[in-house]
Design a protein around this ligand. Structure first.
Ligand code: R5P
Length: 291
């Protein structure tokens, strides 16, 4: 089936990478707000009978979901054979249970909304913690692309004798996959989060890894408190300045500057969310999954 690509605002660079990799034509569109704040969408071109790859990374998703849904429905109504949402970052995966009475469990609620407007979902390393697989909450087919090969290649090229450090139990799935790909040793720490910015990470045992450069690997960097606490422990133990590698560069508020200030030597992320720290391209991995 012919593939066409439509980028939502802010996704042009990633969509262009995909178009190049898949040799697919891009559709042009106008996205804007009416004076009352409601969204306006108009799509140009011909997508009759095509699979349309709607590229919309879903960090800060509240303002992105509705234009995405309007575009998806417009594509469907005007003849798309299938609308595939390519969301390199998939938001609303962390609130997967009620931690306090009366809280919205947003992961399955958001999943139902997304499943109602597109036919398929492709994403990169969604935050799977208490949810084991996307199929538990998404009712549409989904592909989970793993960034581990790209992270491992970046680390192999940039860091001599790395020691991979996963800052919490969840990170073990990513850090162990990167370790397998790169042949580097890893340690996984334990974390307690008491609030959005109140995080305690256990102290790593480094005695078997003298001379190695710590590389902290995590899926999401949001407030960066997790990475900052881990950097502080490593520095206090006399380790070389750590390299920080994240899949999804959310960097809320001044998190990026704070992490730099804490003593990270290099901060590198993938391009699932546009950010100055992006240095690892996952578009080829997504293109391979889509072709
Ligand atoms: C949480 O369990 C994730 O794997 C990350 O460790 C977390 O999202 C990082 O958040 P923050 O940057 O706010 O500490």
């Amino acid at each position: 089936m012919t593939q066409k690509i439509l980028a939502l605002p802010g996704n042009d660079v990633f969509a262009a990478r995909l178009a190049e990799q898949l040799d697919a034509e891009q559709l042009a569109a106008e996205f804007r707000s009416f004076p009352d704040g409601e969204s306006y969408v108009r799509i140009d071109g011909d997508w009759q009978g095509a699979e349309v790859l709607l590229v919309a990374t879903l960090d800060r998703p509240d303002s992105k979901f509705l234009p995405m849904a309007l575009a998806a429905q417009t594509l469907r109504v005007h003849g798309a054979a299938r609308v595939t949402l390519v969301a390199p970052y998939l938001g609303y995966m962390r609130q997967d249970k009620a931690f306090h009475p009366g809280e919205a469990i947003s992961a399955p609620i958001f999943a139902r909304l997304v499943s109602s407007v597109v036919d398929e979902l492709v994403t990169v390393d969604p935050h799977l913690h208490r949810i084991d697989a996307l199929g538990e909450v998404y009712s549409i087919p989904s592909i989970n692309v793993h960034a581990a090969p790209a992270l491992a290649a970046w680390i192999a090229e940039r860091v001599a004798d790395p020691l991979l450090v996963g800052p919490d139990v969840e990170s073990k799935q990513w850090v162990s996959a990167v370790a397998r790909e790169s042949g580097a040793p890893y340690v996984a720490l334990e974390k307690v989060r008491r609030g959005d910015r109140d995080v305690e990470v256990s102290v790593p045992h480094l005695k078997d890894y003298a001379g190695r450069t710590p590389v902290i690997v995590d899926d999401i960097v949001s407030t960066a408190r997790t990475m900052i606490e881990t950097v502080r422990h490593l520095r206090a133990l006399g380790a070389p300045a750590p390299v920080c590698v994240g899949v999804h560069a959310i960097f809320a508020g001044d998190a990026y500057a704070e992490l730099q200030k804490a003593g990270a030597s290099t901060i590198a992320t993938t391009n699932t969310i546009p950010h100055p720290s992006n240095d690892i391209d996952v578009a080829p991995l997504i293109a391979a999954a889509l072709s």
